[in-house]
Design a protein around this ligand. Structure first.
Ligand SMILES: [Zn+2]
Length: 383
């Protein structure tokens, strides 16, 4: 045992913020030991200097960062992403593929496979698996996904790769009889999410009964909520088993809706970045899923003006929701840690500062600027 104590912090737990105690973790086992009232003389300490001591963030929808994109299929590139987002407080993530050619998706899956084990101990965020966003989507809601690569939902493709695919986004209305959804739900624990979908409300509600339990970037690229046609948005908000993603960059959806989603979904609200390779880069032209995209400020668009992913950092998503709601700070941190960990069935090990879980810990100031990122008890980033 090599215990380290984080002192002088506002410790962010799932249901409260605790002051006046220290958080102990074992840097040998990489596990959290819990809260203590006093620190033994001579012990290793980290002084949090009044900052938040929060769980490492978990991003389950991120395509790229620092010029790299998971769909490129480059192991070097994905590793660079993992190290880059550790500076934003992310300790675990799902590199996310786009609707690109199937061969290209397979190359990306192989690249992630080759890194998964190494990522547990490297100095970047850990790779939990892949989020396959498409190619099983509706052309009419393709957003920035390339139409020529869209395929009919195919459960076997996902099942054959279920060692690495942890999450798939599909359009339920493209899946006749919801055969793919039902097969995946009965034969795997892959998170099935409705996204890039034009389904009617009734169909989306049925999909949620058939195995869908998540909604990909709620409001964006899905049938909208209207009073006579509540759409996928209405189905996602009213189906209790469905968790929902929000891109809280203040641009993808009006920030006035953050509190509404939180009220309706509670612990099933998940913050994601949907970040592209333009993340962490200067304004200019980049590429997403084979199409040119143009970054200006916080906005990423195709040439025709279609919104094309984001350049959001997950710690800034937490800050934006804190700033635009009256929610307790611990609830907002949870949206980027425990809630996504729950969605991908990893919350037994990560997602909160609870005894026995991985010592994935971040220290941030009140504006959620990351001062230090600790993964499995090792500091992997210090500002
Ligand atoms: Zn995306």
């Amino acid at each position: 045992m090599a215990l380290t104590y984080i002192t002088n912090g506002n410790i962010v737990l799932p249901d409260s913020i605790v002051c006046g105690k220290a958080l102990a973790f074992d840097s040998d086992s990489g596990k959290i030991c819990g809260l203590v009232d006093s620190v033994p003389a001579g012990a290793d300490t980290i002084d949090a200097e009044g900052c938040f001591v929060a769980p490492g963030l978990v991003d389950i929808h991120i395509h790229g960062y620092l010029g790299e994109d998971a769909s490129d299929g480059s192991a070097e590139g994905i590793k660079k992403m993992a190290y880059g987002i550790a500076q934003n407080g992310v300790t675990a993530f799902l590199p996310t593929t786009m609707t690109v050619a199937k061969k290209q998706i397979e190359a990306a899956l192989n690249a992630v496979r080759s890194l998964k084990e190494e990522s547990k101990t490297w100095g970047g965020a850990e790779i939990i698996g892949v989020h396959a966003e498409g190619p099983f989507i509706n052309p009419s809601k393709k957003g920035a996904q390339a139409e020529e690569n869209i395929l009919k939902p195919d459960a076997d493709f996902i099942l054959e790769n279920a060692d690495i695919i942890k999450y798939v986004t599909l359009a339920p209305e493209m899946d006749e009889g919801h055969c793919c959804i039902k097969k995946l739900a009965s034969q795997s624990d892959v998170l099935i999410s409705m996204g890039h979908t034009d389904a009617k409300f009734e169909e989306a509600v049925q999909a949620a009964k058939d195995g869908v339990s998540h909604a990909t970037h709620l409001f964006n690229a899905m049938s909208a909520l209207a009073h006579r046609n509540p759409g996928v948005v209405g189905a996602a908000l009213t189906s209790d088993n469905v968790s929902v993603e929000v891109i809280a960059d203040t641009f993808h959806i009006n920030p006035g809706l953050y509190s509404m989603v939180a009220k309706l979904k509670g612990d099933k609200m998940v913050l994601i970045t949907d970040c592209t390779r333009a993340g962490g880069m200067p304004d200019g032209e980049y590429e997403l899923g084979g199409q040119p995209i143009f970054l200006k400020g916080i906005e990423c668009r195709l040439a025709d003006g279609t919104i094309a992913g984001s350049v959001l950092k997950l710690n800034d998503a937490v800050k934006n929701v804190i700033n635009h709601t009256d929610l307790p700070v611990y609830e907002v941190f949870k949206m980027a840690s425990l809630n996504p960990a729950n969605a991908i069935h990893c919350s037994e090990r990560i997602g909160s500062l609870e005894e026995g879980k991985d010592a994935d810990i971040i220290i941030t100031d009140k504006d959620i600027n990351v001062k230090r990122t600790i993964k499995k008890g090792k500091t992997i980033y210090e500002a």
